[in-house]
Write a protein that binds this ligand. Structure first.
Ligand SMILES: Nc1nc2c(c(=O)[nH]1)N[C@H]1C(S)=C(S)[C@@H](COP(=O)(O)O)O[C@H]1N2
Ligand SMILES: [Mo]
Length: 540
């Protein structure tokens, strides 16, 4: 590598260090101002908001709940490449790299200010971050180009490393050169500047971590909180709801393995003391309810299986929990919806919205809750602490708003939930589905009687029957487990007599309304996947 190339590489390094300092400063300021105001977060959130449905589908399918880590990783990669380019450009032509950095800073500021709940102050982290990054870049690049002698040497002597010896040699036998060989001191300066800047970035990042740990005070509040008892307790789960088959999903999903899907790159931390829910829009009596008032209201307990519309056939974006909350219907009744309204647009503190049919929420036979408890605990922060919606029978994207802050009574004509303009159906009733949990696909089981088991769901309608078949043979009925009611999934199990060799088993469910699951395959978008789940395994 000749000296020119080497300086190009060093310039790129300077760009990355300067960019890193800028982002670190931005993180630090955001930790003080608002977590959502950081350049990385605002940029990431904007990416999340613009990804087309097929890409979201793809990300969920391939990375599952790690989709956000993948997004942040790719963003880090793109930002580092951009910063390297800025450094390289800046050495070639003064201010070009600075212009590139400034562009990123201004874009970050603009995106941050556009976030829900943002103020003008949210521009500060990106702008000040860049204001710090620019002089770092200028100084580091300056130290590279100051050494005119070194550069001349490098340019003439291809492949000559920029070393003290090489310049000495070039400068002749002079023992005390009038102009000191510049490349070595320059390099030292370069290392000093970039080293100092990198250290500063690390300190800033550590400080931002420490400050956001203070935000985790909300977690402490959550842990201290004692859930009120239910005025309307749930019926106990019948013993026969769990078939106790090895490898079969439990009837009630523990909180720590409950799937999580949302657009939040950072889980919102909402202190109950600051929380309130406003009921607004087409109502005669709009009102706002705070935490202290909410937890005094009579609470209802209800098991509901929550499912994500993005769940592929056989997927695990579904879970069953015991929710504790106050009926949404009673809150809406208090506000008195006006004639003509047909939708409730629920809004989260993070800007997410869901559009739910008003008739569903007003239905006295459906236990739709403003939930504060999940399986006997306050809602975990990732699942919406302090309050979220849970509506039996609808996919989460049209009903289950976490960190909910507003219920706006409106119309489907006037308003849309978050996912509707992104290619998903405005209405999202859950489709009847079933899944095989054991045997696992591609596993091998012992010869003889093979236990096949799984879960089936058709929330709010209920599951009436489950059938399985091996290798395109006849459908045979499976045993179905007990359930607390139609709003949850049911376990099922069948014993098949299978010869040695490979077998493919399929499952299908039938609802209490007599609807049998279609074998027609449809992808998750726009309103939920269909098709039979099949697994192939070896017997022998
Ligand atoms: N604030 C907020 N609430 C949200 C979402 C979101 O992106 N933001 N996603 C919804 C979707 S698509 C689903 S499937 C459920 C998932 O709830 P969980 O993460 O508790 O399982 O939350 C819903 N509530
Ligand atoms: Mo979802």
């Amino acid at each position: 590598m000749n000296a020119g190339d080497k300086r190009g590489v060093l310039a790129a390094v300077a760009g990355v260090v300067a960019g890193g300092v800028g982002l670190a400063v931005s993180e630090l300021l955001a930790a003080v101002i608002a977590p959502g105001a950081s350049t990385i977060f605002a940029g990431g959130a904007a990416v999340v908001d613009v990804v087309p449905p097929w890409l979201k589908d793809f990300a969920v399918e391939w990375f599952g709940t790690a989709d956000k880590a993948v997004l942040l990783g790719s963003m880090g990669f793109v930002l580092a490449a951009g910063a390297a380019l800025a450094g390289w450009l800046e050495r070639r032509r003064t201010w070009t790299g600075v212009a590139l950095l400034a562009l990123v800073g201004v874009a970050g500021a603009a995106l941050a200010v556009a976030r829900p709940g943002a103020t003008a102050l949210w521009a500060a982290p990106s702008l000040i971050g860049i204001a710090v990054a620019v002089p770092v870049l200028r100084a580091a690049i300056g130290s590279l180009s100051a050494g005119t002698i070194g550069r001349a040497v490098g340019d003439r002597q291809n492949d000559a490393p920029i070393t003290h010896e090489a310049t000495d040699h070039e400068a002749g036998a002079e023992t005390t050169p009038a102009t000191p060989p510049s490349s070595a001191p320059d390099r030292r300066r370069f290392l000093q500047i970039t080293g100092l800047a990198a250290a500063g970035a690390v300190v800033a990042l550590a400080a931002s971590q420490a400050i956001s740990a203070g935000g985790r005070a909300v977690e402490a509040v959550r842990e201290r909180f004692r859930l009120p008892g239910p005025a309307h307790p749930a019926a106990p789960v019948p013993e026969g709801a769990d078939l106790a088959v090895d490898g079969l999903t439990p009837y009630v999903t523990p909180n720590d393995v409950f799937y999580r899907i949302d657009t939040a790159l950072r889980v919102p931390e909402v202190d109950p003391a600051d929380w309130s829910l406003r009921v607004t829009g087409m109502v005669d009596e709009p009102f706002e309810i705070g935490w202290d008032e909410l937890i005094e209201l009579p609470m209802t307990e209800h098991h509901v299986t929550l499912a994500c519309v993005s769940n592929p056939v056989g997927g695990d974006l579904i879970g069953n929990a015991l929710w504790l909350g106050h009926p949404i219907r009673e809150l809406l009744e208090r506000a008195r919806p006006q004639a003509g309204a047909d939708m409730v647009l629920s809004r989260s503190v993070d800007g997410f919205t869901a559009g739910t049919p008003l008739t569903v929420l007003m239905d006295p036979d459906r236990t739709s809750l403003l939930a504060i408890g999940m399986n006997g605990e306050p809602l975990p922060t990732r699942h919406g602490f302090p309050a979220r919606l849970v509506v039996p029978g609808l996919y989460g994207y049209v009903s289950a708003t976490k960190w909910v802050s507003e219920l706006k009574v409106t119309t489907f004509e006037q308003d849309q939930g978050y996912w509707t303009p992104r290619g998903w159906s405005a209405l999202g009733p859950v489709k009847v589905q079933s899944r095989i949990d054991v045997p696992r696909n591609a596993s091998t089981v012992g010869a003889g009687e093979v236990v096949v088991a799984g879960v089936a769901w058709a929330q709010h309608t209920g599951i009436e029957a489950v059938e399985v078949r091996a290798d395109d043979g006849d459908w045979v009925p499976a045993e179905i487990a007990d359930t607390v009611g139609p709003d949850t999934w049911r376990q099922w199990r069948a014993v098949l007599d299978l010869d040695a060799g490979d077998h493919t088993v399929a499952v299908r469910a039938t609802t209490a309304d007599g609807e049998t699951q279609t074998d027609a395959e449809a992808p998750p978008a726009p309103d939920g996947a269909t098709g039979h789940h099949t697994v192939t395994f070896g017997v022998g």
